[in-house]
Design a protein around this ligand. Sequence first.
Ligand SMILES: *[C@@H]1O[C@H](CO)[C@@H](O)[C@H](O)[C@H]1NC(C)=O
Ligand SMILES: *[C@@H]1O[C@H](CO)[C@@H](O)[C@H](O)[C@H]1NC(C)=O
Length: 329
Amino acid sequence: MRWSTVALLVAPAQAALRFGCSTLSIQRLDPVVEPGNAPSAHIHQIVGGDAFNATMNGDIGEQGACTTCTFTEDFSNYWTAVMYFKHTNGSYKRVPIMQNAALPNGINGGMTIYYTQKDFNSNGNQKIKSFPPGFRMTVGSPGTDSLDKAKGHVGLRYVCLTDKNTRFPELPDFPAKQCKGGIMTVHHFPSCWDGKNLDSPDHQAHMYSTTKEAFAEAGPCPASHPVRMPQVAYETLWDTTQFNNMWPSTGQPFVLSFGDAKGYGTHADYMFGWKGDSLQRAMDSSCMFNACEGGKPLKSQAVAAMNKCAAKKIVQENIDGWVSKLPGQ
Ligand SMILES: *[C@@H]1O[C@H](CO)[C@@H](O)[C@H](O)[C@H]1NC(C)=O
Ligand SMILES: *[C@@H]1O[C@H](CO)[C@@H](O)[C@H](O)[C@H]1NC(C)=O
């Protein structure tokens, strides 16, 4: 897994969470960007608490009955667009999501979620403050339409996997060639908060990104956004390998669920929903990865319980099998 070599060499004094969440739902809902819309404009893959719905308000940590994540106090929702394969005959098929390396076996698709401090080894002598109840944000934008703009979104990258442990190079757009082990999408959120707003009209202005690349951290938060929050990041592994025998001569065939065949518009949404002070307790501790489980300090669950949790399907439509167009497009 990312930086595992570094982690072995340097004993970290600060907490770093890395955990799996199995797929909660794949459907057209987006309670942050399009609250109330069922269906929303394009398909998402979602993990986390089962209160996920077209509209979500209040303290999400107090809503819902289960979570697809390892930590049972985490009812947050995490989501991204979905990847599709476009056949030369014009039909599309959803690319399945596979479990990441270094997670317990048997997780159904989903994502790997990170909450780190300033970096893996230091909080930069600054207290890392948990997100408050009701907090939400997005990163990236489906409207990003050029390679230069995509390069500017330093935390949003693709990795052409040789196997599940491949982490470099990070690319700003879809890999141009076939990837032996699938494609990983990486979404790093900004981690500097204005200290006031739980959200903003564009869902981004209340936050400021100091992300450089991978998990390297770029420096202090600016005066406009002085509060250092956890560095949230998602990794999603797309199993593109079943399409390798259908690879067209016209170039790379993958497309994001809003019709983006370059991948420039990759984006992700975050809805905070940890119960009580659980995330703050974790960030104040010095646990790392799996060592945070089993009540040290976070309560955790086994894979079977993660996989059993699901959100109600509110938008009914065919999201599997071959489809003649991307849902909603
Ligand atoms: C989703 O929202 C609708 C409308 O507010 C509500 O009736 C329904 O119970 C909610 N579903 C879940 C799973 O919370
Ligand atoms: C396109 O090809 C796939 C795979 O062979 C097939 O299942 C699908 O029905 C085809 N679509 C059309 C419109 O022919």
